[in-house]
Design a protein around this ligand. Structure first.
Ligand SMILES: CSC[C@H]1O[C@H](OP(=O)(O)O)[C@H](O)[C@@H]1O
Ligand SMILES: Nc1ncnc2[nH]cnc12
Length: 291
């Protein structure tokens, strides 16, 4: 058993969490640049917690400019073991209504303008993301949502788009009808891929704010409508997060799905061919297998 440290990455509308004991905002330096903001650390029910606002306090970063690699490195560097992403999303399903939460289990990555890996020339690694979210952590998120009386759907495919503009009507219909996506957002990729490379368990809680633009009765999505739904969603998300420490516990057994061992056989580059500079940058993310 090893100590649990739960990280929460807060999306649009969620810039802090309440109730942390010994709460302190800390700056974490990383070889991948500055994270989106300082990280709020503390304990909740005796479990170590870390909260990072994805867009920064004041919502400074666009979905494209979020420093995804620095964020995941920083969380790993301070000892986080589990990462829960809480994000605002549009829905492609009538039954996934604004105000509902979806515990996402698959992604379609349509982002094109982001750094998506910690690896590179001189240290090549390939991890599997066939199952990009952690079932154990997703179980805890689902249980927390049910305890908090949130209308929650287990499982769903999240289409990650580049943004920052919302989709055209033709794209919205294609994602829904041909591609089978359930929800749409702009940030869970490459975050989930990077969490896997960093051997972190990752779960995604999608908070539905709108029906994107496909729904004949709801017209096109706009930010005013999203913000109106976000306020209620943010309170529900805080309630969900407050229940996680009791469900996950202060000590954790190795992940039964292997998230914490994702790099075991992933690195292809022969030790003598590795770039020492890149290997040094990978100290937090891949130190377990590189040192
Ligand atoms: C405020 S609407 C669009 C914006 O909201 C979502 O952000 P996050 O995933 O961080 O909650 C969506 O992905 C867009 O970035
Ligand atoms: N419809 C939508 N498309 C993309 N990102 C979103 N975030 C919230 N609603 C969204």
């Amino acid at each position: 058993m090893t100590p649990t440290r739960i990280a929460v990455i807060g999306g649009s509308g969620i810039y802090d969490i309440d109730g942390l004991k010994d709460a302190k905002w800390v700056q974490v330096a990383t070889p991948w640049g500055k994270p989106s903001d300082q990280i709020l650390t503390g304990t909740l029910d005796g479990v170590e917690m870390a909260f990072l606002p994805r867009h920064g306090r004041g919502h400074v970063h666009t979905p494209t400019s979020v420093p995804y690699r620095a964020n995941i490195d920083a969380l790993k560097r301070i000892g986080c073991t589990d990462v829960i992403s809480v994000s605002a999303c549009g829905s492609f399903r009538e039954e996934m209504a604004p105000g509902d939460f979806v515990i996402v289990d698959q992604f379609i990555d349509r982002t094109v303008n982001r750094e998506k890996t910690f690896f590179g020339t001189g240290c090549v690694g390939h991890v599997s993301v066939a199952h990009p979210t952690c079932p154990r952590l997703s179980d805890a998120c689902e249980a927390a949502a049910r305890d908090a009386k949130i209308n929650v759907h287990r499982g769903g495919t999240y289409l990650a788009m580049e943004g920052p503009q919302f989709s055209t009507l033709a794209e919205s219909r294609m994602y829904r009808e041909s591609w089978g996506a359930d929800v749409i957002g702009m940030t869970n990729m490459p975050e989930a891929k990077l969490a896997r490379e960093a051997e972190l368990c990752y779960a995604s809680v999608a908070m539905i704010t709108d029906y994107d633009s496909w729904h004949p009765d709801h017209g096109e999505v706009d930010v005013t409508q999203i913000i109106a739904t976000l306020t209620g969603n943010a309170d529900k998300a805080r309630n969900l997060v407050s229940r996680l420490p009791a469900l996950l516990g202060a000590e954790r057994a190795p992940c039964p799905h292997g998230c914490d061992r994702a790099l075991e056989y992933a690195i292809m580059t022969a030790p003598e061919a590795r770039d020492p500079e890149l290997v040094a940058k990978l100290d937090a993310v891949a130190g377990r297998v590189l040192s």
